[in-house]
Design a protein around this ligand. Structure first.
Ligand code: ZN
Length: 125
């Protein structure tokens, strides 16, 4: 009887040959915990790359939902504005002029732009 799962195979991270664990039944792709962690890290990075848009949509959607959902609370004198972090905008003016939703969207977009420009290397070369 051929022992298919008990054959040496190359590690998909470090390319060294290793003997897979019998209990893994051929699913093992890496030689050890270090390479397994690296594989996991790479897979997560890939997944995050692919699902970036989903999270961005989700994040903004939740923020909007939170802001509009809190309107049902009778305390209308103080609409719960999202806490401002880096870009401090005249959020109250934007809110009174356009409403809470556009204010949140503007804040979100400004944050995105700032993050984009920060991510770029500085200097002209
Ligand atoms: Zn390895």
């Amino acid at each position: 009887m051929a022992k298919k799962s008990r054959r040496k195979r190359p590690c998909c991270i470090c390319r060294k040959w290793f003997l897979p664990d019998v209990r893994q039944k051929g699913r093992q792709k890496t030689c050890g915990p270090d390479c397994q962690n690296e594989l996991h890290r790479r897979q997560c990075a890939d997944w995050n790359k692919k699902n970036k848009a989903y999270f961005k949509n989700n994040y903004l959607g939740k923020k909007l939902e939170k802001a509009t959902g809190s309107k049902t609370v009778p305390d209308s004198s103080k609409t719960s504005l999202p806490p401002q972090t880096k870009p401090v905008l005249p959020i109250e003016i934007i809110t009174t002029e356009y409403g809470i939703k556009p204010a949140i969207i503007v804040q979100y977009l400004v944050t995105q732009i700032i993050n984009q420009t920060r991510a770029r290397p500085t200097g002209f070369t």
